[in-house]
Design a protein around this ligand. Structure first.
Ligand code: NAD
Length: 359
């Protein structure tokens, strides 16, 4: 994994956070940043976020960002410029109920100075189209998007949300030419959240108190790490024995199936999923802007892990201001290790079918 040589912004982000000098800081009141331009104050400095693709996922993420107040400036970019403008107008009208935030439709040059650019642009599977056809189409779309983002913002972080997210993260690393710690995918942050939610329902505790991860592909070959799942440091067999909860193989199978197949179930009912992924992207953004060193199961370029090499998949990863700080190389059970190797094979085959030339 290549290491970033960027210096990174280390000032506190979020409401009022920026990298301006001490003297200009002293000219501004403490609290929410002013929207009025002030000499030396760059509201779009460390808390500017660009979103490419403002369909359901991108626009819901923008809304979540606005309500959170962590971003000072949000740029919306879409091939459908009118859509981006409409979303910007609608979101701006929520500002009086939320936080001072500058939101506008823009183009790729506006990615300059963004701490991160989230890419949620893509097309959906057409009737009769194979998954691989879709991968090729979205990879071609990324061929238009990624070089422009990287050119406009060579110091920024790129986060991929478009599916298949692991393959497109690999494609983005190839196209962007940025250090690998600054290019990653949302990976299994959503699957991990679903897993923790399903487990919390079964165990009768807050999902935030359930520590359990889905690793590997964001998709059918993903792997639940049962062997390390715990509540309060108690592995699940002890926790369940202590609390009189049954957790047999059939329960585990059901919980995992509900996790893995959740997207299909939601899409059958409402056509798309976007709230939970937007909340996950928001959590990832906050971890970066506030340099929180949060552990999140994002997709990154993995080398030399249980025989896996040169493929993007998800592992618990420490995320902070520089992007990926560390990837945590879990000690897996033999069954889980076989699962993640299988996941890597599936992804490798898809990547190979794209015939990318390694730069
Ligand atoms: N990673 C996850 O956990 C997760 C979860 C849900 C959805 N997704 C994925 O997110 C992606 C977006 O989903 P959605 O529901 O928002 O789709 P959508 O169709 O609502 O939005 C896609 C947007 O991309 C734009 N677009 C297409 N080509 C473009 C280009 N060349 N440049 C700029 N913009 C372009 C479209 O105009 C559209 O506004 C899909 O690939 C979906 O599978 C990922």
């Amino acid at each position: 994994m290549s290491k970033s040589n960027d210096t990174g912004h280390v000032a506190a982000a979020g409401s009022g956070g920026d990298t301006e000098s001490q003297s200009s800081q002293s000219r501004r009141p403490v609290g929410e940043p002013s929207l009025a331009p002030e000499a030396g104050f760059h509201p779009g400095g460390p808390t500017k976020i660009a979103i490419v693709g403002v369909g359901l996922v991108g626009s819901t993420f923008a809304y979540t960002l606005l309500l959170s107040g962590v971003a000072a400036e949000i740029i919306l970019i879409d091939a459908n410029k009118e859509r981006a403008e409409g979303e910007a107008m609608d979101l701006n009208h929520a500002v009086p109920f939320a936080h001072p935030t500058k939101i506008c439709a823009g183009d790729y040059s506006d990615c300059a100075g963004a701490t991160l650019t989230v890419i949620a642009a893509g097309t959906n599977q057409k009737p009769g189209e194979t998954r691989l056809d879709l991968v090729k189409r979205n990879a071609a779309i990324f061929g238009q998007i990624v070089p422009q983002v990287a050119r406009a913002n060579p110091e920024g972080i790129i986060v991929v949300a478009t599916n298949p997210v692991d393959v497109l993260t690999y494609v983005t690393i190839e196209l962007a030419g940025l250090p690998a710690n600054r290019v990653f995918g949302s990976g299994t942050i959503l699957d991990t959240a679903r897993f923790r939610y399903m487990l919390s329902e079964h165990l009768g505790v807050d999902p935030r108190s359930v520590h359990a991860y889905i690793i590997g592909e964001h998709g059918d070959s993903e792997v639940p790490v049962w062997s390390l799942a715990n509540v309060a440091g108690m592995r699940l067999p002890s926790f369940c024995a202590e609390n009189g909860i049954r957790l047999g193989p059939d329960d585990m199978d059901r919980i995992f199936r509900q996790t893995r197949d959740a997207a299909y179930e939601i899409i059958t009912r409402k056509g798309a999923t976007y709230f939970a992924v937007a909340a996950g992207l928001m959590r990832l953004t906050e971890a970066i802007l506030r340099d929180q060193n949060t552990v999140l199961s994002i997709s990154s370029l993995v080398h030399d892990y249980y025989g896996i090499d040169d493929v993007c998949l998800s592992l618990p990863t420490v995320v902070g201001r520089r992007g990926i700080e560390r990837v945590l190389r879990l000690d897996l059970s033999p069954h889980e290790a076989r699962g993640v190797r299988k996941s890597a094979e599936v992804l490798r085959e898809t990547i190979a079918s794209l015939n990318l030339s390694r730069g």
